[in-house]
Design a protein. Structure first.
Ligand code: SF4
Length: 397
């Protein structure tokens, strides 16, 4: 485990000067420079793992910045390619990502039929094995390029989620990782009558409790449950149901485990993390629709330490207040001054830092970090440099 602080380079969206060299794109370039791609060797195959969105879910890392990452990899001598699940790759052009716009090929992470995988023994509660994408596995270098946003199952999606879920083929992701929360008991069948089970179903106004009367089985959708505890109120006097931390934490622990297994495939100096904390939405990029941004844009964070970059991203977002006027009416916000904005959205038991505790225990990195701000507005405000250039006549000749 790392003991000292890890460096996290940070560029804020706020410029200190009305010129290009002090603005956000320049900060992105500077963060990439500080990350130092010189450990990429000539002809290394460089996987840029992104979430390319789904259907109308377009709020991913803007192609404008993807091109800059690709360009920097090429300048270092690497052969970059972008990878994600096959559906996202096949229709990536709908959201602006093509070989022409990005500057490199887009390749499905586990082959064209999502079957090219490497299996490993996870042996984690109900999850015995997981299969990581073979294309990701075969790369020499990993650039984990993430859009930071909320996530209904674990509170937060960033660099860990981008590989812990997105690095695996569909059946691993959807049938095994999603659903692991139910592998610890949460319902006492002997204490619950069918009538009481129906009462519990009614108590959950959002429909996250289902009851199969034929099998006499109560199913809680822990992925969506936001812990309003209305069902627990309805269960008073019977005591057959538990909505407890342990079930939610299973998903976060498995995410850390899954991400760690992917990181083990690469040499330590060939892994880079870039978190874009822009257009921070309540839910993941795979929801397939446009969402309001619920806190102000933060900026770009880069590190070679996945735990540090995630901690810094969460800390910076935590300093923001939720923009309450942007919260959709179907989200019931939690109150509490100590809650992170993502907990206010998804419930106090979906504390996004829990994943980082597990990741740190696995030796994936350190929650202790040093934030190195690049081109801070306080400095660039005072710096004299070329003034801004605006186009007064066509300048492409
Ligand atoms: S705690 Fe979860 S399952 Fe229970 S009523 Fe609230 S949202 Fe539904």
């Amino acid at each position: 485990m790392n003991s000292g602080p890890s460096e996290v380079y940070y560029g804020s969206v706020i410029p200190g000067n009305t010129a290009e060299w002090a603005a956000f794109a320049a900060k992105v370039d500077e963060v990439i420079k500080r990350l130092d791609f010189s450990t990429i060797e000539k002809k290394d195959k460089v996987a840029i793992k992104m979430h390319l969105g789904f259907r109308d879910g377009y709020q991913t890392v803007p192609v404008f910045f993807v091109r800059r990452v690709v360009k920097a990899v090429k300048a270092a001598g690497g052969y970059p390619f972008i990878t994600d699940n096959p559906t996202a790759v096949y229709n990536a052009a709908d959201r602006g990502y093509t070989q022409e716009t990005c500057g490199c090929p887009l390749i499905p992470i586990a082959g064209v039929k999502d079957r090219y995988t490497y299996k490993f023994n996870a042996n984690f509660h109900s999850v015995k094995t997981l299969e990581m994408g073979g294309v990701l596995h075969d790369a020499d270098v990993l650039i984990d390029l993430s859009h930071v946003k909320g996530h209904n199952t674990c509170g937060f999606g960033g660099a860990i989620k981008n590989i812990a879920l997105g690095g695996y083929h569909g059946p691993s992701r959807w049938n095994k990782i999603h659903g692991v929360e139910a592998s610890l008991p949460y319902w006492d069948v002997k204490k619950c009558t069918p009538e009481h089970a129906k009462k519990l179903v009614e108590a959950c106004k959002d429909g996250y409790i289902k009851y199969d009367e034929k099998k006499h089985k109560l199913i809680v959708d822990f992925g969506m449950c936001h812990q309003c505890m209305d069902c627990m109120e309805a269960d008073k006097g019977v005591g057959c149901l538990q909505i407890k931390q342990e079930n939610f934490s299973l998903f976060q622990e498995l995410m850390a485990l899954g991400a760690n297994e992917i990181l083990k495939q690469y040499e330590k100096d060939k892994i880079f993390f870039l978190n874009f904390a822009l257009d921070i939405t309540p839910y993941c990029d795979c929801w397939g629709f446009g969402q309001p941004k619920i806190v102000n844009d933060v900026g770009i964070l880069g590190s070679r330490d996945i735990v540090a970059v995630e901690t810094a991203s969460l800390d910076l977002i935590g300093k923001q207040k939720l923009i309450e006027s942007m919260i959709p009416p179907f989200i019931r916000l939690h109150k509490g001054k100590d809650l992170h904005p993502f907990q206010r959205l998804h419930g106090p038991l979906k504390n996004p830092y829990i994943t980082l505790d597990y990741a740190e225990k696995l030796g994936m990195g350190s929650k202790t970090y040093e934030l190195v701000e690049v081109l801070p507005p306080s400095d660039t405000r005072k710096t004299k440099g070329p003034s801004s250039v605006s186009e007064a006549a066509p300048s492409f000749f």
